[in-house]
Design a protein around this ligand. Structure first.
Ligand code: UDX
Length: 435
């Protein structure tokens, strides 16, 4: 099939490459010329495992091209809209200007029978509004909403073999389902479940899923707060409740909490939309989910202050990890970078490192001392803070690190180290939710 993908960020670039991998003929379109230039030379403008290889092979096959020229969408029959919906500067609501602009830009290039497919995460009601816009254009095209559930770090796998497909389609638009079935033929043949529904349900599926995941993380972090007050161990508590299949152990890792380009802004936009709809009470728990999450960052700063003796000023603090999670260079709403900035603002000398996120962090916060390796970061440190659980940090040797620091004090912000091993090597070991 001929497919266009408008918006080549994390979502769109991966989607475009994966669609080409599945055999479709794909044009990726973005207004950002620098981004398109990088993608066209086979280099993703962000870190995502497996994506460079996929881009190279898809472009070599001749099935994937990138352009800034929206008119090249003409000729494709399915047009994915994968632009960002960031949080508005002055409220919790989502900024829909990029989605609106993408659909408007597509309109002159649509032909009868084409399908515009929204993938961006939007407030419920957006798809119905945009369906009217497409209908009013007189092109004969229609619109569907097909939310994306990919996780950064696993984006390629999640796109090629999703755990479910959700189609929100307009009334009596049988051709929309057929077109999407064509796009996703290989996943469907592999047994991926499909839910065909209306626009509102499809839009809500996405935000409900993210709200549930955020709630699960904040639930265990609330238990961490109680554990801290009682001397209990939240990691063992998570293991124990996680054996109940109804609860499950996944997404019950207590620590510094969630960040990234999705969960924080999606739960806030969901609350903002609920308020507009007059059902804000239904989602008032999400305010608590957000607060619990943000309190973990404060607690981390408190623990760092404690292990250096009560005053951060002039102390060398090694920060290991800046990305919002491992296998990503994304620092949008990153708890790790946020903590690093707070420590610096409190007068600490922060020496920060991350395998992939130093450059993205530097762009957001140029004032920290960034280094390339953990060894450089910990040299002469009064305390070491593990804030993103990259594999190379989880595997650090307490003796080897101990030989480099000024004082053997570590705060494990992700509960990913073995406390016995670190204490055994003479370290003061502190963690979130553990004695
Ligand atoms: C998320 C959803 O998982 C995905 O389905 C959706 O499409 C986009 O948003 P992503 O932002 O890539 O994906 O990250 P995810 O793996 O969900 O992690 C989110 C945050 O939660 C990270 O900061 C991570 O460190 C944190 N987290 C995750 C925890 O603190 N504890 C956990 O147990 C799991």
């Amino acid at each position: 099939m001929r497919v266009s993908v408008v918006g080549c960020g994390y979502l769109g670039a991966v989607h475009a490459a994966c669609m080409a991998e599945l055999g479709h003929e794909v044009v990726g379109i973005d207004v950002d010329a620098a981004k398109i230039e990088m993608l066209a030379s086979g280099k993703p403008p962000f870190f995502e495992p497996g994506l460079p290889e996929l881009l190279t092979s898809a472009m070599a096959s001749g099935r994937l091209t990138f352009t800034t020229d929206i008119s090249e969408a003409a000729g494709a029959t399915v047009h994915f809209v994968a632009v960002g919906t960031p949080q508005l500067g002055d409220s919790n609501a989502a900024d829909l200007r990029y989605v609106d602009a993408a659909v408007d830009a597509l309109l002159p290039h649509l032909a009868a029978g084409d399908l515009v497919v929204g993938k961006s995460t939007v407030p419920v009601g957006t798809a119905a509004r945009l369906a009217d816009v497409v209908a009013a254009s007189g092109s004969g095209a229609t619109l569907a909403w097909n939310p994306e559930f990919l996780r950064e770090g696993f984006a390629v796998k999640d796109t090629l073999t999703p755990d479910r497909l959700v189609y929100g389609i307009g009334q009596d638009d049988a051709s929309a389902e057929a077109a999407l079935d064509g796009v996703y033929a290989s996943a469907l043949a592999g047994g991926t479940p499909k839910v065909v529904t209306d626009y509102a349900t499809a839009e809500l599926v996405k935000v409900a899923a993210n709200a549930f995941l955020a709630t699960k993380i904040s639930f265990i972090n609330a238990m961490a707060e109680v554990a801290e007050a009682t001397g209990a161990d939240v990691t063992q508590l998570a293991d124990a409740i996680g054996y109940d299949a109804r609860i499950g152990r996944r997404f019950l890792n207590a620590g510094l909490g969630f960040g990234g380009g999705c969960l924080p802004k999606d739960i806030r936009a969901f609350m903002a939309r609920a308020e507009e709809l007059g059902v804000d009470q239904a989602l008032s728990f999400l305010r608590e989910v957000d607060s619990i999450n943000l309190r973990r960052r404060e607690r981390m700063v408190d623990l760092a202050t404690e292990v250096v003796g009560g005053d951060l000023r002039g102390k060398n603090i090694a920060v290991l990890g800046l990305a919002f999670k491992p296998d990503s260079d994304d620092v949008r709403d990153s708890p790790a970078l946020d903590v690093a900035i707070r420590l610096a603002e409190l007068g600490a000398h922060v020496i920060a490192t991350d395998p992939e996120a130093v450059e993205t962090s530097r762009r957001r916060y140029p004032d920290a001392d960034y280094v390339t390796t953990a060894e450089e970061a910990v040299k002469g440190a009064d305390a070491v803070l593990l804030l993103t659980e990259w594999k190379q940090y989880r595997e650090l040797d307490p003796e080897a690190v101990g030989a480099l620091v000024e004082r053997r004090a570590i705060v494990d912000g992700r509960n990913c180290l073995d406390p016995a091993a670190w204490r055994g090597a003479g370290w003061t070991y502190r963690a979130l939710g553990r004695p």
